[in-house]
Ligand binder design. Structure first.
Ligand code: GLC
Ligand code: CA
Length: 561
């Protein structure tokens, strides 16, 4: 069975006629993340589902994406919306059944779209049969699939690690009186990757899915699987790369699949280890330097700082250089854990459309595989919730309790949640101005953003100057031009407070990209940018980069040099 999903495998002819052979299909493809509960509901129960996704494949094919990253649809008690899996080989009935899944894979493939499954193997649900067996019998072979200690962690010891969703990472199992380790909710016990039988089970499960014809895996918090809790090591542990290479050998080698590891700890050096072409680990990682760089030192994501563009530009440039020829970048603004791109990096008000297009333009014209999070292609914005009972996310609800107990005011907590709660990107996809944005005929599991009457697919997609058409154009350009996929990157005007400008170069093919990432009109400075009058390859309009020429708020352009 071949997993060659997607875009053309044939040699790509570049702008100046040079022939460049792409090394892998996923280097010219664009990914699209679907958060299934919030995408499209086919049966009116208020929860998006697999048949709903199938109904939208023509829409995704029109956008031009090469693969879907499907957030988890496996059987799950849904404590963390499916990132707590109780059966890796079954579909959660709220999303459909295995026939629906097989149909999704086949229907997507017939439109040249691959389906990338979410591989959540740092932990299982506490309802997984392995954990149930591990708890009910200390001598069960499954006991060692998890991480145990006899004593409560002593305050201050290295193993006194806290869980991402608040509280200690050690919870007491009442049956044995011992403590098990969990980096997320207590209902998400961490797997013990030092157990080789466990690793073999995971590899077998991966092969089972790959044999169905999926296009690869997004690997949830994969940088945590090499952990050594007793030594206080959580991310980037000593065995991590050994496990990844073993996994590659056991499940991925010889298949033309894409793999992307979620790695909050990744530095450029680490990313080269994960994604170096000779390393045989994963295709690329999701790294989060552009996200965490602007979090508060003490309150983290709950107290975000404004974006500093010179810093953000230098981060992107650093990653572009570090992995050029030496690995591969993923490119993204948002996902199901992060705020909406325009709300965080652009302007969700007056300049929503232009900022969405500017963000798309700079990201999609860099080297790497871009990912679009559902709704980003029509510039959906943060949820705008005003009361705690509108939130559904386990992390948000836990931190509401924890921070209020710490003395944080309700108003301060809400300011943080409105900016950074994981529910911001999880409101239903806005398809039309029909009730509930055309997402469901029933009651949605989480409130639809009130702006759906004027912000929806039907309306934006019909606008030739809209956000959807900009994404569509950018995706097509990436397929057509090798310079976008593989060209050198050079940041221009590195210290400019708001102009994000760079050049891409491959042989004789040279691209200039300029965006004004501010609400103010901004003049092209006297030097630092090539001067030209040329047509913008995004809009076909003539543009000029002469000093003094003013770029409007969030104006963005790209021209051949
Ligand atoms: C990843 C997922 C997030 C989930 C967590 C635990 O960060 O993206 O949604 O809660 O892992 O699985
Ligand atoms: Ca449904």
């Amino acid at each position: 069975m071949t997993n060659k999903a997607v875009t053309s495998q044939s040699p790509a002819s570049s702008h100046d006629g040079t022939i460049v052979i792409d090394s892998a299909w996923w280097q010219s493809a664009v990914g699209y993340q679907i958060y299934p509960a919030s995408f499209a509901d086919s049966n009116g129960d208020g929860i998006g589902d697999i048949p709903g996704i199938i109904g939208k494949l023509d829409y995704l094919a029109d956008l031009g994406i090469g693969f879907i990253w499907l957030s988890p649809v496996y059987t799950s008690p849904m404590v963390d919306n499916g990132y707590d899996i109780s059966d890796y080989r079954a579909i959660n009935p709220i999303f459909g059944n295995m026939d629906d899944m097989d149909r999704l894979i086949a229907e997507a493939r017939s439109r040249k779209i691959g389906v990338v499954m979410d591989l959540v193997v740092n932990h299982t649900s506490n309802q997984h049969p392995w954990f149930i067996a591990a708890c009910s019998d200390r001598d069960s072979p499954f006991r060692d699939y998890y991480i145990w200690r006899k004593d409560a962690p002593a305050n201050g010891s290295p193993s006194d690690i806290t869980a991402s969703f608040g509280g200690s990472a050690w919870s007491r199992d009442p049956q044995s009186g011992e403590y098990y380790f969990h980096l997320f909710a207590p209902q998400q016990p961490d797997l013990n990757w030092s157990n080789s039988a466990l690793r073999a089970e995971i590899h077998a499960m991966m092969n089972w899915w790959l044999d169905k014809g999926i296009a690869g895996f997004r690997m949830d918090v994969i940088d945590l699987i090499g952990k050594r809790p007793e030594e206080g090591i959580v991310a980037d542990g000593p065995d991590l790369h050994r496990y990844l290479r073993e996994m590659h050998e056991a499940a991925l080698a010889g298949r033309e699949v894409v793999t992307v590891g979620e790695a909050w700890s990744a530095t450029p050096d680490a990313a080269a280890l994960y994604s170096g072409p000779e390393r045989r680990e994963v295709s690329m990682v999701f790294q989060f330097s552009h996200v965490t760089r602007f979090w508060d030192e003490r309150f983290g994501k709950w107290k975000p700082r404004p974006i500093d563009w010179p810093i953000l530009k230098s981060l992107f440039a650093e990653w572009q250089h570090a992995l050029h020829g030496n690995g591969w970048n993923s490119l993204f603004w948002g996902n199901h854990d992060l705020p909406r791109a325009v709300s965080r990096y652009g302007d969700e008000g007056e300049h929503r459309l232009s900022s969405a297009k500017a963000l798309a333009t700079i990201l999609h014209l860099m080297e790497g595989t871009p990912y679009i999070y559902q709704g980003e292609e029509i510039s959906m914005i943060n949820a705008g919730f005003t009361s705690i009972d509108q939130y559904r996310d386990v992390e948000t609800l836990n931190f509401h309790r924890i921070q209020l107990a710490m003395g944080v005011s309700e108003a301060d907590f809400f300011a943080g949640a409105q900016a950074n709660s994981r529910d911001n990107p999880r409101t239903p996809m806005q398809w039309s101005s029909k009730p509930n944005a055309g997402f469901t005929s029933g009651t949605p599991w989480i409130a639809v953003n009130r702006n759906y009457e004027w912000l929806n697919v039907e309306q934006d997609r019909a606008d030739p100057d809209g956000v959807f058409q900009r994404y569509r154009r950018l995706i097509a350009l990436r397929c057509q031009h090798a310079v976008i996929r593989h060209g050198d990157f050079e940041l221009l005007l590195p210290d400019h407070p708001s102009l994000f400008a760079f050049e891409r170069k491959l042989g004789a093919e040279k691209l200039l990209v300029i965006a004004n990432m501010s609400r103010q009109e901004t003049a092209i400075p006297p030097s630092g940018i090539p001067q030209l009058h040329a047509s913008d390859i995004l809009t076909g309009r003539m543009v000029s980069t002469e000093p003094g020429i003013k770029l409007g708020p969030f104006a963005a352009m790209a021209t051949w040099l």
